[in-house]
Design a protein around this ligand. Sequence first.
Ligand SMILES: [Zn+2]
Ligand SMILES: [Zn+2]
Length: 302
Amino acid sequence: MSLNLLILGSGSALPTLNSNQTAQVLETESEVYLIDCGEATQIELRRHKVRVQRLNHIFISHLHGDHFFGLVGLLSTMHLLGRQKTVHIHGPQGLEEIVRIQFRNAGSHLSYEMKFHTITKGDELIHEDKYVKVTSLELNHRIQTFGFLFEEQPKPRKLIPEALAKYKIPNYARKSITQGEDYVDPDGKTVKNALLSTDPEPSRRYAYCSDTAFYEPLIQRIENVDLLYHESTFLDADIERAKATYHSTAKDAARVANLAGVGKLLLGHFSNRYKNREGFLQEARPIFLESHIAEEGERYSF
Ligand SMILES: [Zn+2]
Ligand SMILES: [Zn+2]
């Protein structure tokens, strides 16, 4: 099964009728992960039929409001719906204080536990479960900001049915063969794993990088990822504005994608000063052909 990325918001600071602040959902076989939570996120989750109670892990990149103004509302809805299960919230220093102060002053006692995991630096394993490993990525923005690298856990090796029959491999030994072990029969004779199984499907990798100026050290961290979301708030004509606010242009994002050799680039976090988004593709594609606009409501499988 592939991974799915659902874009809920790909605009920047100012929400409009046509675009939402940043939020997206990464869907694996049975877990869903929310990445950033701008205003309107819970409405968009509803619109795209992602049940809020399925969210167990929320990742917040930084404390600019367009990346977390929807969080308290979402957490409150989980409570109103009677949630019992703990919610894990991964984000920078300060997020826990902001969220708790709101509930405390409202006299709210949530029906479930919020567990905050403070991210303090890049290159840190911040979450691991049966499906994925998540590592923080250091970005270059006006305040401390982290990207996230999601990597699927290694998949089981594929058994070769004819070989299993030929070497009379009993059922109980099959699982260990999918994990790479040789088979040793009751007489002590070994059958090499390579005769019984083939390499697993490659594990897919997704890198989320918003908000950031062009940042050279990022490139090696995200080398060869299957899918990269990189912000491109501005077009080249506004490069001075991009530099002053520590944001990227479409060209910056395409350069990162090109140098990192990624499979596909999704551009997002667009400034509302631009009436249409064609310009972003026109600037990015000559540098990195597989550049695409992160369309709200679209699911990207990889
Ligand atoms: Zn932003
Ligand atoms: Zn920001």
